[in-house]
Structures are given as structure tokens and as C-alpha cells.
Write a protein that binds this ligand. Structure first.
Ligand SMILES: N[C@@H](CCC(=O)N[C@@H](CS)C(=O)NCC(=O)O)C(=O)O
Length: 293
């Protein structure tokens, strides 16, 4: 019998502040701001407040794809929100996203600013705004939206379920790891079977469905998420592997992954993005080099 199986839930749950594991400092059972802090606003029409987690990367890849397609109105300032330091609970951030999670977007291109939160909603907002990466044919569009919403519903099992219990939980609970490993392998098989039939999730075209799914399942397939590649035997999903590789090579994906990234090689970290030239001049290796001179 493991220690966890001895736990008997009390009649009423109470908040044990010591019991949050790695996230004890930021997890709370209440919403709303913890402190007053305005958000910065840059010069571009789109203001993004984010971090390069899979949910954040969806939006920076989308913006870089739109710019690569020639949509100048997709120019953006990307501001860093350090969620491990609780910056998502500042009053300015909660005004943009009352759910206190990155990514959050302020679209300042019109007469009144529009706030958009939830990465799927942000992808749809941008796809509609620029008429891009969302198919117009009703049946292909339905397929695209189905895979987009599949991702929004499925990734919490991968992140909050598998990732949490496999990589972050203070104790390894076999039941929880088994349950979520099984579900994530099933999800990979769902994708693999789809990608056996078509090159991209909606069909022949790369769309916001791929942009949403790739930062989770593509990065998982690369073995880069939760160090779980070997455990889940991700190399077995050959069609997912082919799709993953193809998308990883896109220049906009390479750029989008660097934005608001605060870990990994210094040359892969662009903490804030305010101009296309920042990819050449403001990555952490370059900033450290110029600080030394
Ligand atoms: N469904 C949301 C999920 C966003 C989300 O979970 N963001 C995480 C980082 S990947 C976050 O901000 N966590 C901070 C917190 O939970 O306090 C979306 O897709 O935008």
C-alpha cells in the first residue's frame, strides 16, 4: 500500500499551503489579482503578454506565420510574464485575462482595445482578422476547428495530468501516472491515425489546428516535453514524427519558439520581442555579449 492510498478526504476540503509541490508559491483556490501592476504597452497594434510554454508558443508561432505571409498588421510586442513569480496575478494582467494564465492578447488595432484570452480564442481571433490559416471550404474548416478544439480539450490530460504526475508531483503515484500515460498514448495514436491519411490535421493545408497541436504533441514527439519521450515510446508514432519534423523546420516556428523563452540555450531565448530584428540582435547570448563590451 502506498502512502497516497492511505489518504481519506475530509468532509470539506481546506487549503494546505504547504501541499502545492513545485507550484506551491503560485497555486491558489481563488481568482483575481494579488497586487497592483499595470502592463507595459509597446508601439505595435498587437500586445502579447506571454511565456514560451506550449500554450504561449501557439500564439507567437501564429504571429510569426502571419508576418511571414506578409500581414504587416500582425506586428506585435511580446512582453514576458514570469508565471513562476506570480506575474499573472498582477491587476493589469487579470484585466486582460481574468483566468490569470498566459497567453493573453490586447488587440489595439481598432478604435477600442479588444482583450482576448485562451490560446484557441487568440488563434481564431487572429485567423479571422487576417483571413489566414483557417480554411474557407466548410468541410475543411470544420475539420480544422475540430482539431483545434480537440487540442484545447486534450492537452490538459497531457500537461495537467501526465506532465504533472510524471514530472512535477512531489510523490510518484503509479495510479495517476498509469492513467495519464495511457490517455496520452491514446491521444498520440489518434493523431497518428489522422496523419496517416493527410499531411496536416485539417487536410492538405497547414492551419491553426497544426499551430495549436504542434507545441504540445509535436514537442512531446521530439522527446522534449517532461522528459517523457522514452517512457511513452514516442518514436513509434511514425506519422506524428513526420508531421512534427516538417513543422519544426518552418522558419516561423523556429522564430516563434524563441519568443518569451527564459530557458535553454541563451541563443534560443528572446525574452521580449518588439521588432523582427530582435531575433538577430536581442537574444540572451547577444545581450550578454554586448553587456561585456
Ligand atoms: N487553456 C489555456 C491554458 C493556459 C495555461 O494553462 N497557461 C499556463 C502556462 S502553459 C499558465 O499561465 N499557468 C499559470 C498559472 O496556472 O498560474 C490556454 O490555452 O490559453
Amino acid at each position: 500500500m502506498t502512502a497516497s492510498s492511505a489518504y481519506v478526504p475530509p468532509k470539506v476540503w481546506t487549503w494546505n499551503k504547504e501541499n502545492g509541490g513545485r507550484f506551491a508559491g503560485i497555486n491558489r483556490p481563488i481568482a483575481g489579482p494579488t497586487h497592483e501592476k499595470d502592463l507595459p504597452v509597446g508601439r505595435h497594434p498587437l500586445q502579447l503578454y506571454s511565456l514560451a510554454t506550449p500554450n504561449g508558443v501557439k500564439v507567437t508561432v501564429m504571429l510569426e506565420e502571419l508576418l511571414a505571409l506578409g500581414h504587416r498588421g500582425a506586428e506585435y510586442d511580446a512582453w514576458l510574464i514570469r508565471i513562476s513569480e506570480g506575474e499573472q496575478f498582477g491587476s493589469g494582467f487579470t484585466a486582460v485575462n481574468p483566468n490569470s494564465k498566459i497567453p493573453a492578447l490586447m488587440d489595439r488595432s481598432g478604435p477600442a482595445p479588444i482583450r482576448v484570452f485562451e490560446s484557441g480564442a487568440i488563434l481564431l481571433h487572429l485567423a479571422h482578422k487576417f483571413g489566414a490559416l483557417l480554411p474557407t471550404d466548410p468541410s475543411i474548416r470544420a475539420e480544422c476547428l475540430s482539431w483545434l478544439f480537440w487540442q484545447m480539450g486534450s492537452a490538459p490530460y497531457l500537461g495537467g495530468g501526465f506532465g504533472h504526475f510524471y514530472a512535477y508531483a512531489p510523490t510518484k503515484i503509479e495510479y495517476a501516472i498509469d492513467r495519464y500515460a495511457m490517455e496520452v498514448k491514446r491521444q498520440l495514436d489518434v493523431l497518428d491515425r489522422r496523419l496517416a491519411l493527410v499531411p496536416y490535421l485539417a487536410g492538405d493545408e497547414y492551419t491553426i489546428a497544426d499551430i495549436a497541436v504542434w507545441p504540445w504533441y509535436g514537442v512531446l514527439a521530439q522527446g522534449l516535453l517532461y522528459n517523457g519521450g522514452e517512457f511513452l515510446q514516442v518514436q513509434e508514432y511514425a506519422n506524428v514524427q513526420r508531421w512534427t519534423q516538417r513543422i519544426a523546420e518552418r522558419p516561423a516556428v523556429r522564430r516563434g519558439r524563441m519568443v518569451n523563452r527564459t530557458w535553454g540555450e541563451p541563443s534560443s531565448q528572446l525574452h521580449e520581442r518588439h521588432d523582427a530584428s530582435d531575433f538577430e540582435s536581442r537574444t540572451q547570448d547577444k545581450l550578454a555579449g554586448s553587456a561585456r563590451q
